[in-house]
Design a protein around this ligand. Sequence first.
Ligand SMILES: [Cu+2]
Ligand SMILES: [Zn+2]
Length: 209
Amino acid sequence: MKVCGSNCLSLFVIFSAVRSSVSLWDPDDHGSGGITDATPLPINAVCHMHPDAKSPLNVTGIITFNQTNEWAPLKINISLSGFKQFPPDTPDSELLHGLHIHHYGDVDNGCVTLSKGSHFNPLSMNHGDIADTVRHIGDLGNIKQETDGTLHVVLYDSQASLFGSISILGRGIVVHAARDDLGRGGNPGSIYNGNAGPRLACCAIVVTP
Ligand SMILES: [Cu+2]
Ligand SMILES: [Zn+2]
């Protein structure tokens, strides 16, 4: 039985050409390490902070996340600059900024999409501090800037995680202009969002090697 004639040869030529063109970019595209669902722990993630379009400041920097396994605490290393500068004797309360993981992480349109969702809250809790049992998973408390406008803080968290069905991967982070009242403000906004004021900058949490 004749399945194909001269067409077979041209089909083979086309197939070979596609194969060879694929092989030109395929190895680089998938990298040499090849992270897959079966790749063992740990997970590292990063968030590249960019200023909100409405902010008068130029807060930028990087937040890195490292977690060795799903039971280990999440290490959050925050290094930012561009905050307002203050005199050396400024009280701490003026140097604090609310930091939240927000539900949405799409930063293609600046911080606009993040503002359409509130804090990441898959367990339907009230707003609180990072050290509280009752809190949004996205509540990372307050971080304190230096008077020179920089900020270097390392946090360890036992609720936010890079693992599992309520992972923070793909969510957004917002650093706010004001101090977060941590749910203790005694008004409706307090247990909802902590009244941390306008957004200074935001970023998306993405996996990195
Ligand atoms: Cu927020
Ligand atoms: Zn919250």
